[in-house]
Ligand binder design. Structure first.
Ligand code: SAM
Length: 330
């Protein structure tokens, strides 16, 4: 028997984002699917494959462009479960709809930004009332470090799950005391790129055009703030464990893995966010009032690549630590 959503449940609501063109940045993001470091999803897929059975429902919270669900459908094709992909980005969700919209087991929900209240909707605000408290599982991959209202978010997950329902969460941006010595926190490479790029600009004539701006301390502080908007300060594992417990979850398991990342892949990923990584090299409209010229961006990207080579001593790959948390609604 195939999976059936509850009567009256619409897999896709008639909303504006469903009719938009595919977005370039979302398409670029989606290429991480081919990156070695996206093996970070494998332990989560193992956990979901072990947990899910026919008739169950899973929320892929912050499911983005649908990489996890696409892999899960290939991993356990015969399981007749329902998968609800929930995300706050209409552009990412649009691409996920393109990839998975024809699969009847997959539904989609956009978390809207409520302008008057200056906040994102909570999970239970985008679920049909009869389904709240009924979900068997929730996954959140590569995203929990981005939630600015973690407490409210976790409490809404708790309300969405049934008793015994599990949240499978993972991120490479958690400071974990059990990480292997020498393993990177993946976003911490961005701060290093910034520091090394400043040295390279002072040392190498090729980057002389960026020198004047580097010595302007007030301007550089503005770019530090911009970088922290793109890549948030990293929080420790204990903070997440405490937040899950405070929201009513039991923490069933915490596992740490070392994931190999190719420097070339990581460069390709960061290149899409070059304004946040090295905006000071050539300037950004948000801070200097003008967009950099195309050739300036090309030079900025060369600087980013050189900085990565110096950081990793020219090696082709580095190890990064990923943290996996399994939590249960009692
Ligand atoms: C790095 S992507 C990860 C996407 C996907 N889970 C994966 O592993 O490929 C982070 C995702 O979190 C979403 N996101 C960012 N801030 C969020 C928030 N406050 N609440 C819910 N989702 C958020 C983004 O729209 C994006 O899809």
């Amino acid at each position: 028997m195939s999976f059936a959503w509850p009567t009256g449940f619409e897999r896709v609501l008639d909303e504006e984002w469903t009719r938009a063109d595919l977005d370039t940045l979302a398409l670029k993001y989606d290429t991480v699917e081919n990156h070695g470091w996206y093996r970070n999803l494998e332990p989560t897929l193992d956990q979901l494959a072990a947990h899910l059975r026919d008739g169950m429902t899973l929320i892929d919270y912050s499911g983005g462009t649908g990489i996890l669900l696409d892999r899960l459908l290939h991993r356990i094709p015969a399981v007749q479960a329902g998968y609800l992909l929930v995300d706050s980005s209409p552009k990412f969700l649009r691409l996920a709809l393109e990839k998975l919209g024809r699969e009847p087991r997959v539904g989609f929900r956009l978390i809207h930004f409520l302008k008057a209240e200056k906040r994102l909707q909570l999970l239970d605000e985008v679920l049909p009332a009869p389904m709240i408290g009924r979900f068997d599982a929730l996954a959140s991959t590569n995203a929990i470090h981005l939630y600015y209202d973690l407490d409210d978010t976790l409490r809404s997950w708790h309300r969405a799950l049934r008793s015994g329902g599990r949240a499978f969460v993972q991120s490479g941006n958690i400071r974990n005391p059990d990480a292997a010595p020498g393993d990177w926190i993946i976003d911490a490479t961005v701060e290093q790129i910034d520091a090394v790029a400043r040295d390279l600009v002072r040392e190498r004539p090729a980057y002389a055009a960026f020198r004047a701006g580097v010595d302007d301390a007030a301007r550089m502080r503005e770019y530090d703030k911009l970088r922290e908007k793109f890549f948030l300060p990293v929080r420790p594992l204990a903070y997440y464990v405490d937040q899950f417990r405070a929201a009513g979850f039991g923490v069933v398991d915490v596992t740490t893995r070392s994931i190999q990342a190719e420097v070339a892949d990581w460069y390709q990923f960061l290149a899409a966010y070059h304004e946040g990584v090295l905006g000071w090299a050539g300037g950004s409209r948000r801070i200097d009032g003008a967009e950099p010229a195309e050739e300036t961006v090309t030079l900025r990207l060369a600087l980013m690549r050189d900085a990565l080579d110096r950081i990793f001593g020219g090696k082709p790959s580095f190890q990064a630590s990923w943290t996996y948390l399994t939590c249960e609604r009692p």
